[in-house]
Design a protein around this ligand. Structure first.
Ligand code: C2O
Ligand code: CU
Length: 508
């Protein structure tokens, strides 16, 4: 029936651990936190920064003693970080040396449609012929290629990002139709940070005191390979695996910047943590706890789309897939030699642990958190909205099986679901059956209400992803003021997205 998928998705989360055989896991807080390297531009002439990224297979030692095959951007997971300046365009040439077609999307970018990574705008690998190599469980995976507007290029594609937007931390990841979730799971994700002079002059913690944290979960087999149920023919028929796929795939190993439960040494000073939940389906609620049981304040300075107007202090931060929180934490009252653990309150057993900071020494700290962080945060009043639209995010039937639908329909690249006029302000009411992190391409939005009440303090600022909770209706408001063309909105539970929960948004 129509509600079965959502009933399945409500069951307690399963993890890869219920499947036989697992590589030995390291104790927490032993592996040093890696910081993804910053990519060097090939050229910086003509006011443009040009980069090249090769998508290729490699292996890495993620768990001690075993090698994990990965799909990577330029050989690492996460991929290299791109550092951009506001208003200075970035062109990234992606070269596909993977065995499958790929699509690159810069999540949170105000990007012309031709470079936004529409799910059928494929970069084909050298030897790609036919769908025989497709591993899809629920579809043949080729439906997108039948889209008359599909664009395919072989081996390379140049993506142009104008960077005409507020400074913030974006991320780039694969977005191929029906296969986004397994591609991200295998490693296709990286960070992309935009800065400007105004932000640089605020005096926030910087350099080694600014730390990107891309949090993911993964499941591993005994030989170190990543477990992903729909791609593993031996697992597909096992009970529980289909439900796991439908709800979204969870892992029992928490990785930060690709390392399991890492530790990072810090001075007893303020640090700026740029947190991304890059997990396919796992939600976290983060808190920082000292060895003697004190909880440290998490001072939020920015959201998905850049700085808040004023800082907001939280005890815990819930973070859904694809959301970012820009947070300052002050270690000044933490005794040198002791740790501050970052805990996931929603986890159990080992998924409760995320990472730790080991405080090494007292130091002087001349950073600050200004009371006014930015004064360009857009606000839109209800009365400005020229349209109010309603969208439901619910389970339903798709291709004769279970799927996830927006407004009762699964994704179809040849159908336009919403047409908006360039420059219009619109108010959207979103309602969910189970937890769905809903993401709009192209624009940032504000959260107006949640469950008929004021938004949570953690909904502050300009967002591009909203964590829509079970049974809840939320109102968001935005102006579609960037570019004309075909864009997307979708659930960012990556398995939900692959199983239909995506829709077309035409700006004209
Ligand atoms: Cu982060 Cu449409 O994606
Ligand atoms: Cu969803």
């Amino acid at each position: 029936g129509l509600t079965t998928a959502s009933a399945l998705a409500r069951r307690p989360p399963r993890t890869g651990a219920h499947l036989a055989g697992q590589a030995p896991l390291p104790p927490p807080y032993q592996v040093p936190l890696p910081i993804p390297r910053t990519l060097k531009p090939l050229a910086t002439t003509g006011g443009v920064d040009r980069y090249e990224i090769t998508q290729r297979e490699t292996t890495a030692e993620i768990l001690p003693g075993v090698r994990t095959p990965l799909w990577t951007y330029d050989g690492t997971f996460p991929g290299p970080t791109i550092e951009a300046r506001r208003g200075r365009p970035v062109i990234v040439r992606h070269r596909n040396e993977l065995p499958v077609p790929t699509v690159v999307h810069l999540h949170g970018g105000r990007t012309p449609a031709s470079s936004d990574g529409y799910p059928t705008d494929l970069v084909l690998p050298r030897d790609w012929h036919e769908p025989a190599r497709m591993n899809g469980m629920h579809m043949d995976g080729m439906s997108g290629m039948r889209d008359p507007r599909a664009v395919e290029s072989r081996l390379t594609r140049d993506y142009t990002f104008p960077m005409d937007q507020r400074p913030t931390m974006l991320w780039y990841h694969d977005h191929r139709m029906d296969f986004t979730a397994p591609a991200i799971w295998r490693g296709l994700a990286g960070l992309h940070i935009i800065r400007d002079d105004a932000e640089d002059s605020l005096g926030l913690p910087a350099g080694p005191r600014e730390i990107p944290l891309a949090i993911t979960d993964r499941a591993f087999s005994a030989d170190g390979t990543l477990r992903y149920p729909s791609l593993d023919p031996t697992l597909r028929t096992k009970p529980g695996v289909k439900e796991e796929y439908l709800a979204g795939v969870l892992g029992d190993v928490i990785l930060v910047n690709g390392a399991p439960w890492p530790v990072h040494e810090v001075d007893a000073a303020r640090h700026r943590l740029r947190v991304l939940n890059a997990s396919n389906a796992r939600h976290y609620e983060l808190e920082a706890v000292t060895d003697d049981g004190r909880r440290l304040d998490l001072v939020q300075i920015g959201a998905d789309q850049g700085l808040l107007t004023t800082p907001v202090t939280h005890r815990t931060i819930p973070i859904a897939p694809a959301e970012r929180y820009d947070v300052v934490i002050d270690f000044k009252d933490v005794k040198p030699g002791t740790k501050v653990r970052i805990i996931n309150r929603l986890g159990s057993g080992r998924t409760r642990d995320v990472m730790a900071f080991r405080v090494t020494r007292r130091t002087k700290d001349d950073t600050r958190i200004p009371r006014t962080l930015s004064n360009d945060l857009p606000t839109w009043r209800r009365g400005e909205a020229t349209r109010v639209r309603d969208f439901s995010f619910r389970a339903g039937r798709m291709n004769g099986g279970h799927g996830w639908l927006i407004g009762g329909k699964p994704f179809d690249p040849s159908r336009t679901d919403v047409t908006v006029r360039l420059g219009d302000v619109e108010l959207w009411r979103l309602v969910a059956d189970v937890h769905h992190p809903v993401h709009l391409h192209l624009v940032g939005f504000r959260v107006l209400s949640r469950g008929g009440r004021a938004p949570r303090p953690q909904d502050a600022g300009l967002k591009d992803t909203i964590s829509l909770r079970p049974g809840e209706t939320a109102e968001i408001i935005t102006r579609f003021d960037a570019y004309r063309g075909r864009y997307l909105f979708h659930c960012h539970n990556a398995e939900h997205e692959d199983m239909g929960m995506m829709a077309n948004l035409e700006v004209h």
